[in-house]
Design a protein. Sequence first.
Length: 345
Amino acid sequence: MPAKKVSSKKAPTRARPEAPARPVEPRPSDTPPPEAPRRPRLKKTVVILSRKRSLYSTRRMVEAIKQRGHRPLVLDTLRCTMVLAPGQPRMLYRGVDIKGVDVVIPRIGASITGYGLAVVNHFEMMGVPVLNGAGPISQSRDKLRALQLLCRSGLDVPRTVMAHDRSNVRKLVEEVGGLPVIIKLLRGTQGVGVMIAHSLQELQTIVNTFWDLGQEVVLQEFVAESKGRDVRALVVGDKVVGAMRRRAKKGEFRSNIHRGGEGHPVELSPAYIDVAVRAARLLGLEIAGVDMLEGRAGPRLMELNSSPGFEGLEKATGQDIAGAMMDHALAFASARTAAYSRPTL
Ligand SMILES: Nc1ncnc2c1ncn2[C@@H]1O[C@H](COP(=O)(O)OP(=O)(O)OP(=O)(O)O)[C@@H](O)[C@H]1O
Ligand SMILES: [Mg+2]
Ligand SMILES: [Mg+2]
């Protein structure tokens, strides 16, 4: 629901017969007279944009919302219809207007990024608090864009190059510190699209295949000292609410749970917490799964995930990650509502 700005002028009282007729001020639309400042509703409606309500993270968030006495509403992103009307953007779900939403939590899978971002953007246009917003989701989903922003701010990332020059692959390898080299699709997830090349010939074959298919890739330094492990820190607001170290299965360098990796709880040092929170803030993410490699000199950022699944993290740590996320989402919604309800002078 678009948050209404409330005028500081007094609300009109019932007309008295003796009062002289006053010209009626034109209103921007045929909406009812100005309301009193909007009081945050006690029971909030929390929309989760998700393709399936049976997904673990979606189910857990629904539970957490109910436990807190609020109303969860799971909407399939692809069934949301955006109506563009001047000054009054609306959202339809199966033909019905969606109103009275207090906060939206998008869980946008990689396969529907384009449509998903449009839906998230539309909710933002309607004045509904959204975490994460469309801009931050979009820039974190592009691994190159995210790394550009992180290293511009001085955060440590593995040496990375992006190029399209087939004649120069040897030079690219030198730039990232020699073989083996990691090759990454810009928008891969769950370890799909992350490869390793041990020889120049192998690398040449892989990059040529991708370039011929019209796919861009980045080449990255292989951080050998991480030994098939990485750290996933879940940042919510300005805190790390849970962290695990993931260990790749034998013969695999990717530690993703989806690739057979195992998660173990880990107590992060302040340096890792600081880097994870700074990285999320830099990309504007309220909720972020921050992946870091354990370099010799400390954390090396790999990527930030804007719709992080947390089944592995809850199971590894036994922590209530869904609860921490919902507490933040509800506080975020209340802070936004209070800001919108402030009278304009
Ligand atoms: N430069 C690197 N050096 C060593 N290992 C790496 C490097 N980059 C990635 N890896 C390994 O590959 C895994 C997948 O990489 P990355 O996190 O970039 O991909 P993803 O497909 O987006 O994963 P996610 O499912 O976490 O979104 C990492 O968790 C890590 O174990
Ligand atoms: Mg990822
Ligand atoms: Mg990752």
